[in-house]
Design a protein around this ligand. Structure first.
Ligand SMILES: CC(C)(COP(=O)(O)OP(=O)(O)OC[C@H]1O[C@@H](n2cnc3c(N)ncnc32)[C@H](O)[C@@H]1OP(=O)(O)O)[C@@H](O)C(=O)NCCC(=O)NCCS
Length: 149
């Protein structure tokens, strides 16, 4: 999908933290642990305004995508897809073999990007120890996986 707004996607810096937390709260996603993982986040800005973000946590040789969010007025223009592609490029750079995620709201969005819904119990054991799996995301969330290599 071609992105239809002019945004720059870059790795997050410490100074991005409060805006990232604000965006996550706005779209109803958990913020716990984001400060520790901010170096693994991307931020999408149009001029100086934050329009989107997303993070990739690495556990052994597998990754966990979390906190993919686009500011509601800018949704539906391809930005979410671009953020996920940036996170996948980072995962490939880190030589990760699989990416997992949990979502209560965006299963169709991730399915379009090649993620497959799996039973949560069959996820990689390292990923299951992440706080997202252990406590942050409710049991009702869909668990999705994409194999990179
Ligand atoms: C999910 C989200 C990041 C998508 O961002 P976006 O910029 O709107 O996505 P894109 O424009 O790249 O993609 C739009 C496509 O995804 C689909 N899509 C977008 N959000 C969706 C959702 N919540 N559920 C299902 N499909 C969704 C759209 O139907 C559209 O498909 P189409 O082009 O075939 O019509 C955004 O809706 C969001 O911030 N949601 C709240 C936070 C969230 O649920 N994050 C995911 C959990 S990590």
């Amino acid at each position: 999908m071609a992105i239809r707004i002019m945004v720059t996607i870059t790795q997050a810096k410490k100074r991005d933290l409060s805006e990232v937390l604000g965006l996550l709260r706005k779209v109803g996603l958990p913020v716990k642990g984001v400060d520790d993982q901010l170096h693994n986040f991307f931020v999408a800005r149009e001029k100086s305004d934050l329009k989107g973000c997303g993070g990739l946590e690495a556990y052994g040789n597998v990754g966990l995508i979390r906190s993919v969010a686009v500011d509601p007025p800018f949704q539906g223009q391809g930005l979410g897809h671009s953020i996920v592609r940036s996170l996948e490029a980072l995962a490939a750079e880190k030589n990760l073999s699989e990416i997992y995620l949990l979502t209560e709201t965006a299963e169709t969005f991730f399915a379009e990007l090649g993620y497959v819904t799996i039973h949560r119990d069959s996820a990689n054991p390292d990923i299951k120890r992440s706080s997202e799996f252990a406590s942050l995301c409710p049991a009702s969330a869909a668990c999705m996986k994409k194999t990179l290599r």
